[in-house]
Design a protein around this ligand. Structure first.
Ligand code: GSH
Ligand code: FE2
Length: 371
């Protein structure tokens, strides 16, 4: 059984899919936002169910699709705990074992390229991110990069793996796909046979230009690729009668209405998202769609009319505030007074207020639970 290796030519990034052939559960390592359709297609074609997305580090050259995959495929997001990716549901610790079906891989903290970088060891394979590249290694000149730490991670951690272990890098800029620990230990131009001082001197003399997308990629990746610039003001209500529903409300205003018992909170996400990402106790689950690409939930009309008593407002909540608009329109057609909660679970109703990490997403002041 081999990993599925996929390539993004724009950033020369490798993405990997691993699966348990019996249960068909899969995980994806370092997915790229612009390749999400391809990746979903690969999963569909092979009949795989994506349960986890993993990052080797917070990338500086491309944006991850992890957050979108959490919504579209019901996967749980995981990222190294020292990378500062606070939106990841699982903050991976050194040595942590991550399971998919009957398979598992182990995460090893390998600082150097970035302070939080990790490699993932699965059977006779290691996914090295940018810690070890083929005949190279990740640069160490930003994001808490440190050539001494990288020297240690390479010589004391990765090179302790068996020489036959296959190396699957995070990038290759010359069309090579994989290598082995034995080959890199003996031949890697930057590290093979070098002392720590020699390696540090090589790294400090690289003088590489910064990645072209550095300024946009890092902040986006610190939020699993779902950075938003349009946070609504607290207590904001925008009337939308002309657009077929009562209006858009900020999270704070929605919560005030809900707590005052003026409104029913309707979670229109899929069952998969609720199971993986988490849910708000007391919110009613009425999925708008059960799967991306699927027609609307055929039971939606009946369920929503059952959940919203006469005289109460219906507050539609989804991940990002797109499906909730469609659901608010339909509920309005059915005679309800329906509102869309702006930006859904990604909303930031009070930028000055307390924001907690809640099951991977942020939602101010809400009682939140994960399965
Ligand atoms: N030219 C690329 C940047 C390539 C780059 O800096 N890659 C990083 C990985 S994020 C690296 O560590 N490269 C090591 C090297 O090129 O030796 C871009 O503009 O995106
Ligand atoms: Fe990198």
């Amino acid at each position: 059984m081999h990993p599925i290796q996929l390539f993004d030519p724009a950033s020369s990034t490798y993405t990997y899919i691993l699966c348990d052939e019996q249960t068909r559960e899969a995980l994806i390592i370092d997915p790229v936002d612009t390749q999400i359709e391809r990746d979903l297609q690969v999963l569909r074609e092979r009949g795989l169910r994506l349960v986890l997305t993993l990052e080797t580090h917070a990338h500086a050259d491309h944006i991850t699709s992890a957050g979108q995959l959490a919504e579209l495929a019901g996967a749980q997001t995981a990222a190294p705990e020292d990378c500062g990716i606070r939106t990841a549901a699982i903050q991976i610790k050194d040595g942590q074992v991550l399971r998919f079906g009957g398979e598992s891989l182990q995460a090893w903290h390998t600082p150097g390229h970035t302070g939080g970088s990790m490699c993932f060891v699965w059977r006779e394979h290691v996914f090295t991110g940018d810690t070890l590249l083929i005949n190279g290694c990740g640069r160490t000149d930003f994001q808490s990069g440190d050539p001494k730490a990288l020297y240690h991670s390479l010589t004391e951690v990765l090179f302790k793996l068996p020489p036959t272990c296959t190396v699957w890098p995070g990038h290759d800029y010359q069309g090579r796909s994989h290598s082995t620990i034995g080959y890199e230990k003996a031949n890697n131009a930057r590290i093979a046979g070098k002392s720590e001082a020699q390696f540090v001197a090589i790294m400090n003399a690289l003088n590489l230009p910064p990645p072209k997308r550095l300024a946009e990629a890092v902040p986006a990746n610190l939020q699993s690729g779902l950075l938003r610039h349009d946070a609504p003001a607290p207590h904001q209500l925008v009337e939308r009668a002309a657009q077929g529903y009562a209006g858009d409300v900020s999270c704070t205003l929605a919560m005030a209405w809900w707590q005052a018992d003026e409104a029913v909170l309707i979670d229109v996400r899929t069952d998969a998202e609720r199971a993986w990402v988490g849910f708000i106790p007391g919110a009613q689950a009425v999925a708008w769609k059960q799967w991306p690409g699927m027609a609307s939930n055929p039971g939606f009309d009946e369920q929503i009319l059952r959940e919203v008593p006469p005289g109460k407002k219906a507050l539609m909540l989804c991940r990002s505030g797109v499906r909730s608009i469609a659901a608010a329109r339909r509920a309005t057609e059915l005679g309800l007074i329906a509102y869309n909660i702006i930006d859904g679970f990604e909303g930031d109703p009070d930028p000055q207020g307390q924001r907690g990490r809640l099951g991977g997403w942020q939602f101010n002041g809400l009682p939140w639970r994960q399965n």
